[in-house]
Design a protein around this ligand. Structure first.
Ligand code: AN7
Length: 356
């Protein structure tokens, strides 16, 4: 199961010392990690941030940050002799689980909230051969069921972020950012759903201080969708709703870890509206050239607000995590399709169509 990309590092090897990798762990890889950290001056200027960077996690093999943790969770499942992996998902976890299970030769079972999964993610799960179960409920309901299924043992491993290997794997992104910038940024902004990722980044930065690769940790700035913002209201919510289906979660599993990340870092978790999310999604591609799914727009919309009201200093170094690729959710993005200019197959026709 081991793989090599020549000079390209394999996540389980590169971060071996920080991960539960033993001589018995298969060095599974689909090429995850080592994602681009891109400076986006035009987008930054638009939101008032003079040193804004995007960590492009959509460049992972299944198009989301989930691959960093999934490779660890699935490798450990394979090591322990599991026959199947199971997860609840708003979409990206299922796409990642299905792909890594396929590569490792395990069965993947994914429980999805009916009708609320972006088309690309659903397609990925099917294409990789997962057993797809649509739950007549939301993500939180699906996760409750998965907890019971996994508790039964029988060689079925839960690969949601309640599996500690997921968080350990996702923490590697913090180390990459420090390696690329030479230090931690001042602010780390990201979308918050089930809250595994904010917990993982905080752990990564904390480990980095311990091993001496940086002396400081960033403020953590988490952003939720207004209709699915339990950290903002201070309690779980029963019926989360947002256009950003990835973060349509009302009862985050990593509640305490996320609160610790927020408070120990002197940061915050705030909400943005769906309209602000849609605007920011368009801004990120039109001004930054990076096409992301709606959830990723929450931190950019939220940073704009936080810089405007003075709660973040726009001259600081800010890294915003773009957790998933834009083509994951073609339906939401279809509003960005403009009018196609018709032309006959001549230069003159094209000139006319361009108004030249
Ligand atoms: C693009 O796939 O929960 O706060 O089941 O897909 O760690 O949950 C996805 C979450 C942000 C939120 N951005 O991260 C799932 C799932 C994207 C996501 C989040 C998700 P967490």
């Amino acid at each position: 199961m081991s793989g090599s990309f020549g000079a390209r590092p394999v996540l389980l090897e590169r971060f071996r010392d920080l991960l539960p990798v033993t001589s018995a762990t298969p060095l599974l890889t689909l090429g995850e990690g080592a994602t681009p950290l891109v400076r986006v001056p035009r987008l930054g200027a638009d939101i008032g941030a003079s040193d804004l960077w995007l960590k492009v996690e959509g460049a992972n093999p299944t198009g989301s940050f989930k691959d960093r943790g999934m490779v660890v969770a699935v490798a450990k499942a394979a090591e322990s002799g599991a026959r199947a992996i199971v997860c609840a998902s708003t979409g990206n976890t299922s796409a990642s689980a299905a792909a890594y299970a396929a590569a490792a030769g395990l069965e993947a079972i994914v429980l999805l909230p009916a009708g609320k999964i972006a088309a690309g993610k659903l397609l990925q799960a099917f294409a990789a051969g997962a057993k797809v179960i649509s739950i007549d409920g939301n993500f939180d309901d699906a996760l409750e069921i998965v907890r019971e299924l996994g508790a039964g043992g029988g060689g079925v491993e839960i690969v949601n972020s309640i599996n500690p290997h997921r968080i350990a794997g996702q923490a590697t992104a913090a180390h990459e950012i420090i390696a690329d910038l030479g230090d931690a940024p001042d602010v780390l902004a990201l979308p918050v759903g089930n809250a595994g990722n904010i917990s993982a980044y905080w752990r990564g930065f904390t480990d980095a201080v311990r091993i001496g690769s940086t002396k400081r940790r960033p403020r953590m700035a988490g952003f939720q969708a207004a209709g699915a913002a339990p950290f903002v209201s201070g309690a779980p919510i029963a019926n989360p709703e947002t256009i950003a289906t990835a973060i349509r979660i009302g009862k985050p599993a990593s509640w305490d870890l996320a609160i610790a990340a927020r408070d120990e870092s002197g940061g915050f978790i705030r909400a943005v509206t769906d309209d602000e999310i849609l605007r920011a999604q368009a801004d990120i591609i039109r001004l930054g050239g990076i096409f992301v799914e709606p959830a990723c727009a929450a931190p950019i919309a939220g940073l704009r607000n936080a810089i405007a009201d003075g709660s973040i200093d726009g001259s600081q170094r800010i890294v915003a995590v773009m957790t998933g690729f834009g083509l994951k959710d073609p339906d939401t993005a279809s509003r960005l399709v403009g009018e196609i200019r018709q032309s006959d197959a001549t230069v003159a026709g094209v000139r006319r169509a361009l108004g030249w």
